[in-house]
Design a binder for this molecule. Structure first.
Ligand code: C2E
Ligand code: MG
Ligand code: MG
Ligand code: MG
Length: 285
């Protein structure tokens, strides 16, 4: 134990550690004012169905720090959660994303991620339905993505919240499926509309036998339960064709498009409509 302590003490005096701590503190302080300073923006990544037609977009939060530049949500969201800032930031994302969705074709959906802290904040369902009313977006056009971590605690409350959202007509997606605790009991107890298979299982397709087996199984199980399946992180044409052939309902990933700034969405939609019309014409002739 003495040896262990010694090592720990030595690490405390490592100047590079100090720098890391200082940078963390700087980030933390910046995060508190980032919303007021207008440093957040949202990128939107298209989701497509089996015929590769757009069904909607997922809202992905971005933070551009004035000095440090772009900071990944994977780095700052846990920090915002720990400092109790995520509810306010999340509310901003929800409202902004719903407003943006109103500018898209009327059958497109917008998917918004909810972190565990946001999901567990009391009054979530009221806030969401109030936001939809204020913005004027039909509930059917909103999809909320939650991860399995959320479901570990306070099961009864969780179930209530999910059921209420579901009754409102909002779609609920289980994000990053297979990477966390993955107890299948969630699928029996919670009203999911959609399962998003994590890119970990998509990466090695179409060649890897184990990935094939797992993805086939998830698709069959989801369909048996009346849920749809979305593959995340589709990066190649080969992966896309394999997933289309296996009956995966929706695809998302760099092969289709990276996340795009809001101003680029119109052009993306226009281009994709042109491409599908050309494909239709070719099919007809
Ligand atoms: P997620 O919800 O699973 O989002 C998918 C992530 O995969 C995004 O990373 C996206 O840019 C990335 N991605 C998309 N296609 C590909 C691909 O083909 N290959 C690879 N390698 N990656 C791909 P991003 O934007 O860095 O977001 C990371 C995570 O941060 C999200 O994972 C989500 O959990 C969280 N997040 C992002 N925005 C929000 C938000 O507004 N609220 C909350 N609570 N969490 C958010
Ligand atoms: Mg997501
Ligand atoms: Mg995901
Ligand atoms: Mg993820």
């Amino acid at each position: 134990a003495a040896k262990k302590d010694g090592r720990r003490r030595a690490r405390t005096f490592d100047p590079s550690m100090l720098q890391v701590l200082e940078q963390r503190e700087l980030l933390r302080r910046s995060l508190r004012v980032a919303l007021q300073h207008g440093e957040f923006f949202i990128e939107y990544q298209p989701l497509v169905d089996r015929s590769l037609a757009i069904t909607g977009f997922e809202a992905l939060l971005r933070w551009r720090h004035p000095i440090l530049g772009a900071i990944s949500p994977v780095a700052f969201i846990p920090m915002a959660e720990a400092d109790g800032l995520m509810s306010e930031i999340g509310q901003w994302v929800l409202e902004e994303a719903c407003r943006q969705a109103l500018t898209w074709p009327a059958h497109y959906t917008v998917a918004v991620n909810l972190s565990p802290a946001e999901f567990l904040t009391p009054g979530l369902t009221d806030r969401v339905s109030h936001t939809l009313d204020t913005v004027g977006l039909p509930a059917e056009r909103l999809e909320l993505e939650i991860t399995e971590t959320v479901l570990l605690e306070r099961t009864i409350n969780n179930l209530d919240a999910l059921n209420t959202l579901n009754v409102l007509g909002i779609q609920i997606s289980l994000d990053d499926f297979g990477t966390e605790y993955s107890s299948l009991s969630y699928l029996k107890n919670f009203p999911f509309d959609n399962i998003k298979v994590d890119k970990y299982f998509i990466n090695d397709l179409p060649d890897d036998q184990k990935s094939q087996t797992i993805v086939r199984f998830v698709i069959a199980m989801a369909h048996g339960l009346g849920m749809r399946v979305t593959a995340e992180g589709v990066e190649t044409a080969e992966q896309a064709s394999w997933l289309q052939a296996e009956g995966c309902d929706r695809l998302q990933g760099y092969f289709l498009s990276p996340p795009l700034r809001a101003e680029l969405i119109d052009e993306f939609i226009h281009r994709s409509l042109l491409t599908s019309e050309t494909a239709d014409d070719q099919a007809k002739s």
